[in-house]
Ligand binder design. Structure first.
Ligand code: ADP
Length: 495
């Protein structure tokens, strides 16, 4: 879905660099020049924590809901769990007064958040919607139960703070959580460098700041400036996540624009279908009817040769109508009988198309060669149809020569560019777009056809988010090109 974009990657890395430098220099200044300084301000602290908690809960729900449109995946479930756990526990932290429970809530929130984020190291996979909603809901509920229990019975908790200083348990829990976040940040960095997705950059920044806040925790004391520093880092992490909302909005808008364009296109298609029904299909029928009327008259007058000719013409018209109807059916099935994309080996696609055309290949004594072809995420049946239509045309539109056809594929920017080169009659420059339209036919008197084959190809390629075009040396042959985007899961795979 996303192309590797060098500007986004550079900008992302720059932001990360600035964050690391700002947090480390902030920590140095506080440690060396402002150590021993304290600032007690409970209302400000509670407000920061409450805002953080609300932000986390909103993000938990947002990440979860967004999957309805983008597919349910294990990584998103873990991220939603992380926000759900931090959001609920921070709510208790924000509403309690400084003491054991107060530190306990925050420490466990860091630990749980880090732990769930680190689970994104496990290979991502699709999950069912019911499975996706259950863990974050269960985590939020457990957070509420645990929070209430600890708030009412703080004596059951380990000692977290003594005379304003954090105990070893508090330091260990926060340090572990911080390390988890930093590991997750490294993993998001890896994913971001590979795919350049803005989401990964945002989660990377968030994990980095939470990680730094976690590892700076042991060096701080309650209300010290160090302590405020890691609060600022965590608050900054939530602020950084705000652009996430922007990306979501942008993604929905693009999605909507796509749907509107698709609706417009299908409306135009419907109009064209209506035209076919009223005009093109009527024409051969009228012709058949008039031939049969003539036939009727001739039979009564006894003209056997002419009778044969009329029957022949009528049969031709009927065959033409059959071809039209079956091509129209194939065209409409691209939309109505579309199958989900799967991993498809294009070598196998080509073999199947060649097999389907074997009789014509033999009759024409054609030679078909191919370079190794890649694997793509596609609808296998439609890929065979696409290849078969293009090869079928290459066999058809060559006059006296035996057809020589070559199929190959090269890797482009985020896509495979396939090409099918022939030595046929070629296509004049002004017709190179027209032939992809419905009923866009040239050479009507020389070659039979319906003019639907390339329109079907275009529809298939566009369903796969690709492009199709043709180049040609008139009289020397044509090369049809089409593209198929390289799916993230097949990044490294190719001939
Ligand atoms: P059909 O083959 O039924 O006429 P298509 O939609 O497959 O319809 O092709 C549209 C037109 O494009 C054809 O009528 C032909 O004029 C032109 N065309 C397609 N493929 C080739 C080719 N390989 N070489 C030359 N002309 C071609």
């Amino acid at each position: 879905m996303y192309r590797r974009n060098n500007i986004v990657i550079r900008l992302g890395l720059m932001i990360i660099g600035i964050m690391i430098i700002a947090s480390l220099s902030g920590s140095t200044v506080v440690n060396f020049y402002l150590s021993g300084k304290y600032w007690i301000h409970e209302p400000l602290h509670s407000s920061i924590e409450a805002m953080g908690s609300l932000a986390a809960l909103c993000l938990a729900i947002l990440v979860l809901l967004l999957q309805r449109y983008e597919g349910y995946t294990a990584h998103r479930v873990w991220i939603s769990c992380a926000f759900a756990s931090m959001g609920t526990l921070d709510l208790f932290h924000a509403s309690s007064t400084p003491g054991v429970a107060f530190v306990w809530f925050r420490s466990v929130a860091t630990f749980a958040g880090g732990l769930f984020f680190v689970l994104t190291l496990i290979r991502d996979r699709k999950v069912r919607p019911v499975v996706a909603f259950f863990p974050p809901a269960a985590i939020a509920l457990s957070g509420l139960i645990l929070g209430s229990l600890c708030a009412y019975h703080p004596h059951i908790l380990p000692l977290m703070v003594k005379e304003g200083r954090f105990t070893v348990s508090a330091m260990a829990i926060n340090l572990a959580g911080g390390i988890f976040f930093l590991i997750a940040a490294a993993n998001f960095l890896r994913m971001f460098l590979a795919r350049g997705r803005p989401d990964e950059l945002i989660f990377l920044n968030l994990c980095l700041l939470f990680g730094l806040a976690g590892v700076l925790f042991p060096a701080s004391e309650l209300w010290s400036l160090n302590w405020w520093l890691w609060h600022v880092l965590r608050f900054g992490a939530y602020l950084i996540t705000l652009p996430y909302l922007f990306f979501i909005f942008q993604r929905f808008e693009t999605g909507l624009q796509k749907i509107v364009a698709e609706l417009r296109r299908s409306n135009e298609e419907l109009e064209q279908f209506a035209y076919v029904a009223s005009h093109d299909l009527k024409e051969p029928l009228l012709s058949v009817a008039s031939n049969i009327k003539l036939l009727q008259r001739r039979i009564t007058k006894g003209h056997p040769e002419e009778t044969n000719e009329f029957i022949e013409k009528s049969l031709q018209q009927l065959t033409m109508m059959q071809a039209l109807i079956s091509d129209l059916l194939i065209y409409s099935r691209v939309g109505t009988q579309a199958r989900p994309f799967e991993k498809v080996a294009c070598d196998a696609v080509l073999s199947r198309a060649v097999e389907n055309l074997s009789t014509r290949i033999e009759q024409k004594q054609a030679t078909i060669t191919a370079d190794p072809l890649p694997e793509v995420m596609a609808d296998q049946v439609q890929m065979v149809q696409l290849m078969q239509n293009i090869l079928g045309n290459a066999l058809k539109f060559c006059e006296d020569k035996a057809p020589v056809i070559h199929v190959s594929a090269v890797r482009g920017e985020g896509e495979w560019i396939f090409s099918v080169r022939d030595n046929g009659i070629g296509i004049p420059p002004e017709e190179r777009e027209h032939i992809f339209e419905m009923f866009g036919r040239l050479h009507k008197d020389k070659f039979h056809g319906t003019g639907i084959g390339l329109a079907t190809c275009k529809k298939i390629v566009e369903r796969h988010n690709g492009r199709i075009w043709v180049t040609s040396d008139q009289g020397q042959g044509s090369t049809f090109f089409f593209t198929v985007p390289i799916h993230d899961s097949l990044q490294g795979i190719g001939p």
